[in-house]
Design a protein around this ligand. Structure first.
Ligand code: M6R
Length: 613
């Protein structure tokens, strides 16, 4: 949450920062601001709303200078307005700070500073931090680098910060703990950002700042890094493997739509190099050292949030079904605080697109501390979760920028399928024939997803019929139950229509009371597993006047006679159905949200990576 960009070098900073903020806007978009340093001082410009509102506000105002920092905010402390927007200034206006994260002990620090005469203008924890740095700098007579280091040793919480000083136009100070920061290394210039997307068009040499590290970024000198405990660190420059076109819309009207359409390719990328073409053996290098641990594990505990948690549920079905290992799927936020029993024989698997979700990260840290083997399935390479885990598997879905997760979900499910198949094979819980059939079918999935995407026009027409309703119910059984949950989440987060996902058989234990002609029901009724049973559920809905949209297997005639609308998906093995049945639900949410005039890529109150609790 919150996006950070900074530049120091020979170019004009403002355009670089604005462009970078637009790339990071998925992280928060309730207000934005910049501080630009020049010979006259620091020009501070901030505005409520999106980066485009900031741009309009800065039109005609002084903003030249070759050093600058910028921020796009997702509010935690204080309502989204111009005063609470970042950057924040020290009391004397000489220091300027941007911050992503939460300073938990800000209140006690604020009171102590107030007793020393500090006056605060905003409701933010961030303003407290810059006053603290100022106070240390003035009283201890140390430079900014040291002031920041001392201040951070007094701070409890999570942060990625960048601080600049009036009159010092060649240098800023950056630090991180719990929130990401990457430094782009150019020739006589540096960039800094919450992720690499604002940096990639300028340099592919980057340094990922580690937790507890603080950097002096001076465009005339080499990068200087130390820990908050004052230990010198040698910067490790890595090559970025990100291309510009993957972070642009590429002709699509929204990132979400682009990412839905990318799924055939991203699924292929997830499988690439992991299935031997001849022998069909699956190779998962990132977890191979822990394979025996997984095979012998008493249980696997999957921790995740939101969409990744839904993928985790499918993982539970797969791992138990194919590899016969007991699996528990936990909301990371509950797991970390409920004193869970974690044993050394447990394998704890975190699933996260961003690799930065605060609750998932904390749940994983707890498991690690208790001696469990910790593994991860993440998309963002080099993010915090992969750096904490013993081993893991990247999804390689490519950057996902739409706040609503789409290709991240399908690729997480692909990784879970590969992992379940590999473990099942090694453990001997799956016959060779079944193993080979499943792999062969899995390899056909990208082409089948292409076919599902061809139903887009039909789905758009269906969306027109339902765009004005207030509630939706999603039903599924077996492997399609998590798909129902995911479909409902997708609809509510981008269209603001209340939607609930339910296991179809649970309907008669409560939700059936809601069914009438105003309550549309999406039912996933593919021809495997519990097909007959779901037919009964459909009958129950129909006899109460409910309007039905059904996801069915190509050629299905029975459901077609009952449902108001049917969307066909290609036939496939039950274990692989979620990879197909989920796609029409993504498209349905997309079209409904668009027709309701919602901001599909940046839904209200949300942010792409939830780096605060
Ligand atoms: O980056 P993560 O996968 O850890 O994120 C978890 C959730 O915040 C995320 O899936 C969220 O639910 C999405 N907005 C859903 O589309």
């Amino acid at each position: 949450m919150c996006g950070i960009v900074g530049y120091v070098g020979g170019k004009e900073a403002y355009p670089i920062i604005i462009k970078g903020l637009k790339r990071l806007e998925y992280r928060g978009y309730d207000s934005a601001g910049v501080s630009i340093g020049n010979t006259k001082g620091i020009a501070l410009l901030k505005q409520k709303g999106k980066v485009s509102d900031l741009e309009a506000y800065t039109e005609g105002r002084e903003k030249s200078g070759s050093i600058g920092i910028g921020h796009t905010r997702w509010a935690t402390h204080g309502v989204p307005n111009q005063v609470n927007a970042h950057p924040h200034l020290s009391g004397d206006g000489k220091l300027s700070l941007i911050h992503n994260g939460i300073i938990e002990n800000y209140d006690s620090i604020k009171k102590a500073l107030q007793s020393k005469g500090h006056i605060f203008n905003s409701d933010t924890d961030t303003e407290v931090l810059i006053h603290l740095i100022e106070n240390i700098k003035n009283h201890e007579q140390v430079n900014l680098f040291e002031s920041v280091r001392i201040a951070l040793s007094e701070v409890i919480g999570a942060y990625a910060i960048v601080v600049m000083e009036e009159g010092v136009n060649n240098e800023f100070i950056a630090a991180r703990k719990g929130s990401p920061l990457v430094i782009g290394v150019g020739r006589d210039e540096y960039y800094i950002a919450s992720d690499a997307s604002p940096i990639i068009e300028y340099t592919n040499e980057v340094v990922y700042l580690e937790d507890g590290e603080i950097a002096r970024v001076n465009c005339e000198e080499v990068l200087e890094i130390k820990t908050i405990t004052n230990k010198i660190i040698t910067p490790y420059i890595q090559e970025l493997k990100l291309s510009l076109d993957t972070i642009e819309k590429g002709g699509f009207s929204h990132f979400m739509l682009k990412e839905i359409y990318e799924q055939p390719k991203s699924i292929l990328d997830t499988m690439r190099g992991r299935i031997d073409t001849e022998s069909k053996e699956i190779k998962l290098g990132g977890i191979s050292d822990y394979e025996q641990k997984i095979i012998n594990a008493d249980r696997i505990i999957i921790v995740a949030c939101g969409t990744s948690w839904h993928a985790g549920l499918i993982g539970e079905y797969l791992l138990e079904d194919l590899a016969r290992i007991p699996v528990e799927v936990e909301y990371a936020s509950e797991f970390r605080y409920r004193n869970p029993i974690i044993r050394e024989t447990d394998v704890v698997l975190a699933i996260s697109q961003s690799g930065e979700t605060a609750d998932t990260l904390a749940a994983l840290a707890l498991a690690k501390q208790k001696g469990a083997t910790v593994l991860g399935i993440c998309n963002v390479v080099g993010s915090s979760i992969p750096r904490l885990t013993d081993g893991g598997i990247y999804t390689h879905a490519g950057p996902e920028i739409g706040v609503a997760s789409t290709k991240a979900f399908t690729t997480q499910v692909v990784v879970l399928t590969l992992m379940s198949l590999r473990i099942a094979k090694q453990k001997g819980t799956l016959s060779n024939t079944n193993y080979h059939q499943l792999i062969t079918q899995l390899e056909l999935i990208p082409e089948k997803v292409e076919r599902v995407l061809q139903t887009n026009d039909q789905i758009e027409k269906i969306a027109k019929q339902f765009k004005d309703v207030s509630n939706f119910l999603y039903l599924g059984r077996g492997y399609n139950f998590p798909v129902a949950l995911e479909g409902a989440l997708k609809l509510k987060e981008i269209s603001y229509i209340h939607a609930e996902g339910y296991p179809a058989a649970e309907m008669k234990h409560g939700p059936i009371a809601l069914i009438d002609a105003d309550m549309p029901i999406v039912v996933i009724a593919t021809k495997k597993g519990n097909y007959e049973k779901i037919l009964s559920n459909i009958q129950e809905v129909k006899s109460r006047g409910g309007r039905l949209i059904a996801i069915v297997t190509e050629g299905d005639k029975t459901v077609k006679e009952l449902a108001d609308y049917c969307i066909e998906i290609p036939n496939c093995f039950e274990e692989l159905t979620p990879l197909l049945s989920n796609i029409p639900l993504q498209l349905l949410s997309y079209h409904i949200a668009l027709m309701r005039g919602c901001n599909v890529d940046q839904p209200r109150n949300l942010a792409k990576s939830v780096t605060v609790e």
